[in-house]
Design a protein around this ligand. Structure first.
Ligand code: TYM
Length: 336
């Protein structure tokens, strides 16, 4: 049709406000979110309801939520281009979440590795929300009919469940949900701990030297990289199986300098790990400095951050509420 406009693909992603973001969050997810804004219609959310699956100090959660939004803005999310909002400000997520939960199987939820990990980590609080977390995450995605979901590798199992739920619903009722695809970058989809490079870098790691925070100053960044665990053969070469520590540092260096692995190997040929680690630290510190400056500036203007979030909630609700109505009707909930 002559006047038919082609809908741009839609993107949805989220991040939990459980503390300051790590370099893993940035490289695996947030950095890509900013880049996708020109090409896609993007919705980005601070997933505060998901954070409640682990006990939170209320005042800290509030503070972390605003800080998370400020950090996303500092990292390049442009509220004129994208919809930035807080999950709990859009009730449609929990409304569709219940429908998604009723379309998830106990066995499927039991197999989720994040559930198993977090249950082991918090044995005194294995709550129902932790178990049904992935069905709420599915609702986050499906309520916008998102085509693409940019996440790190650790979210692929959840994403797969979102697809299963979408498929199940579409075939039980009628075609309703778009099948979401993961958007996972080749390099940096899993940034590893600096202390134990066979484990994921995570802000909940008790060893503060294992992760870089987005707010770490240059001294802290350099110190942590100097301490990073490597190996004893002294050659900067990419080999995840044999040299996980060095390979992880190479990935980080590559992301911040744009150099490929061969170029990095050549650059440090004949030099020790000492020089290499300093170079990685410098590149990261220099790369994060402008974001940190922006973050401070934006966070100082709480009214601005809150106004962005209020507008974001409205924009997101406009899309999501319609989907909830459609789904409620399809499943047979009485409409008055
Ligand atoms: P969260 O808050 O744990 O992490 C946010 C994003 O950062 C990625 N990430 C990493 N990437 C590479 N290396 C790492 N070490 C690393 N650590 C974290 C995560 O993969 C994620 O993309 N369940 C989600 C939040 C969420 C969500 C959603 C995401 C809620 N609803 C809907 C997408 C769509 C989570 O806990 O991410």
């Amino acid at each position: 049709m002559a006047n038919e406009t082609v809908r741009r693909k839609r993107i949805l992603s989220g991040i939990q406000p459980t503390g300051t973001f790590t370099l893993g969050n940035y490289i695996g997810a947030v950095r890509n979110w900013a880049k996708l804004q020109d090409e896609f219609d993007c919705l980005y959310m601070v997933a505060d309801l998901h954070a409640l699956t682990v006990r939170q100090v209320p005042a800290d959660l509030r503070k972390n939520t605003r800080e998370a939004a400020a950090m996303l803005l500092a990292a390049g999310i442009d509220p004129k281009q994208s919809i930035l909002f807080v999950q709990s400000h859009v009730p449609a997520h929990t409304q569709l979440g219940w429908i998604a939960t009723c379309n998830s199987q106990f066995g499927e939820l039991s197999r989720m590795t994040q559930f198993k990990d977090k249950s082991a980590k918090h044995p005194d609080n294995v709550n129902g929300g932790l178990f049904t977390y992935p069905s709420l995450m599915a609702a986050d995605i499906l309520v916008y009919n998102a085509d693409l979901v940019p996440v790190g590798q650790d979210q692929t199992q959840h994403l797969e469940l979102a697809r299963t739920i979408a498929q199940r619903f579409n075939s039980s009722y009628s075609p309703t949900f778009t099948m979401p695809e993961g958007y996972i970058t080749k390099a940096g989809a899993k940034v590893m701990s600096l202390a134990e490079p066979t484990r994921k870098m995570s802000k909940s790691d008790p060893n503060v030297n294992s992760f870089i925070l987005m707010t770490d100053d240059k001294d802290a960044i350099l110190r942590k990289f100097k301490r990073a665990v490597t190996d004893c053969d002294g050659i900067v070469r990419y080999d995840v199986a044999e040299k996980p520590g060095v390979s992880n540092l190479m990935t980080i260096y590559s992301v911040f300098t744009g150099k490929d692995y061969d170029a990095i190997t050549a650059e440090f040929e004949g030099k020790g790990y000492g020089d290499f680690k300093i170079a990685v630290g410098e590149a990261v510190a220099d790369g994060l400095a402008p974001i940190q400056g922006e973050y401070k500036r934006i966070l100082a203007d709480k009214a601005y951050v809150d106004a962005v979030l209020a507008e974001g909630a409205q924009g997101a609700s406009r899309i999501a509420d319609r989907m909830v109505q459609k789904v409620y009707k399809k499943v047979g909930l009485l409409q008055l």
